[in-house]
Design a protein around this ligand. Structure first.
Ligand code: ATP
Length: 410
């Protein structure tokens, strides 16, 4: 899979930004491309992220790079890393390091170490390769753990047997790479997954770390496969005993997200939660989603099943609007996934959701209607009749709204 070095150099040069980056690295401390970018390069694909590492001072290297590229660098003290931004490029630079986990699930303590050790602290062999970017190392693959062979064999393999206990977010990452790379864990890795699940390793991880990995997993194109794997490995119940990873429901929600304009990831998350939203509410809270996002997911999880029933009854356009107007698009997606009839939902999405009155409350006030709840009711009723096709155009709306408001005052 790695091909001859010449081939790798050609592929490396073809990566976006390399025509700037490689000359800029000339004469600076030796640097390697690491992690996902190397994996993707070997697969003939392009990564979005460029992660560089050096056995020397990362801040110094980042500063010099930023200067040569006419960009800026931001330094992060905790892990001795830095981010260089220049033109369209964003490059993370890290000093090669070793890690020690003070307790399972916690963030690691780090200290400088040679490249080989840095590769040895990573999650899976396919992510534990480095490619030289300068001098004699240019295009040379460092692959001490057999990553390229595992990549060819479509195999996800941890580097040591404590891996999932040290960092249980790797349980979710393993599934993500299986799905992304069309790969499978080897038998030993899968055994360690099940062992970590039984040991309740995920209980040690903070909500936000679970959130980041879970949302990345649910963003995969093949999300139904990912959800099926969560179920098979018992990872759903390890996250929360009431969480039910139903692959066909997830598939339905992902598909219906396209039709309803819902956020695909949130629609799938709502699907996972929809069997027991009340029990799962504290778990969703713990993830630390933005409040608006959390509320959308919870509302969709609660409303989706109820809407499925309500939509089985035939309704006029205005009744449909009344039923669905307060619902997030993810609730509509979930209702469709649960078997709600498609025509009314699609009609609402295509024709009714964006309908607004042309006449405004201010116009009614200008015309002498006193501001009052009756004015609001007159506008509501005008909208209802507009949705049902009984009035159209500004003039008709105004006339009707005035008549209704006047009638209401009498
Ligand atoms: P993606 O294409 O999904 O972004 P990536 O491999 O670049 O893939 P990142 O999450 O950006 O994924 O991580 C970059 C690299 O850092 C990984 O390739 C891996 O080597 C290492 N890494 C990330 N998370 C972990 C982890 N939890 N444990 C060990 N190594 C990790």
């Amino acid at each position: 899979m790695s091909g001859p070095p010449g081939d790798l150099v050609a592929r490396l040069r073809a990566l976006p930004g390399m025509s700037l980056l490689l000359p800029a690295l000339d004469g600076l401390a030796p640097a390697h491309l690491v992690g996902g970018a190397v994996r993707d390069l070997l697969r003939g694909e392009r990564s979005v992220d460029l992660d560089l590492c050096t056995e020397h001072d990362a801040h110094e290297l980042a500063g010099a790079l930023a200067e040569r590229l006419g960009g800026t660098d931001r330094r992060h003290e905790r892990f001795a890393t830095a981010t260089v931004s220049a033109r369209d490029l964003e490059i993370d630079v890290a000093r090669t390091r070793r890690e020690r986990y003070p307790r399972p699930g916690a963030l690691p303590e780090v200290e400088p170490a040679p490249l080989a050790e840095d590769l040895g602290r990573r999650d899976f062999t396919v992510n534990a390769m480095a490619l030289g970017l300068s001098g004699e190392e240019l295009g040379r693959l460092r692959d001490p753990l057999g990553g390229s062979e595992d990549l060819s064999a479509a195999r996800i393999r941890v580097l040591h047997e404590r891996s999932f206990l040290d960092d249980p977010t790797r349980l979710l990452r393993a599934v993500r790479y299986e799905v992304r790379l069309g790969a499978r864990m080897d038998a030993e890795t899968e055994r360690l997954v099940r062992e970590a699940v039984n040991a309740r390793a995920l209980d040690t991880v903070s909500g936000p770390r679970v959130r980041d990995e879970l949302l990345d997993l649910l963003a995969e194109a093949e999300v139904p496969d990912a959800v099926a794997r969560l179920d098979e490995l018992g990872l759903d119940r390890a996250l929360h005993p009431a969480l039910e990873a139903d692959a066909s429901l997830a598939a339905g929600a992902a598909l219906a997200a396209l039709e309803t304009g819902a956020d695909r990831v949130l629609a799938v998350l709502a699907a996972l939660v929809s069997r027991s939203p009340e029990q799962l509410r504290p778990w969703i809270d713990r993830l630390g989603l933005r409040a608006a996002v959390r509320d959308r997911v919870m509302r969709a999880a609660r409303s989706g099943p109820a809407l499925t029933e309500a939509l089985a009854v035939e309704r006029s356009p205005s009744q449909l609007h009344e039923l669905l107007r307060g619902e997030p698009a993810e609730a509509l997606a979930l209702a469709l996934a649960l078997g709600a009839p498609a025509p009314p939902v699609l009609r609402y999405v295509a024709d009714l959701r964006e309908v607004r009155l042309e006449v405004t409350g201010a116009e009614l006030i200008d015309a002498g209607v006193p501001p009052s709840p009756a004015l609001g009711r007159a506008l509501e009723e005008t909208l209802r009749r507009k949705l049902d096709g009984e009035v159209s155009g500004h003039e008709e709306e105004l006339r009707l709204a005035l008549e209704l408001a006047g009638g209401a005052q009498r």
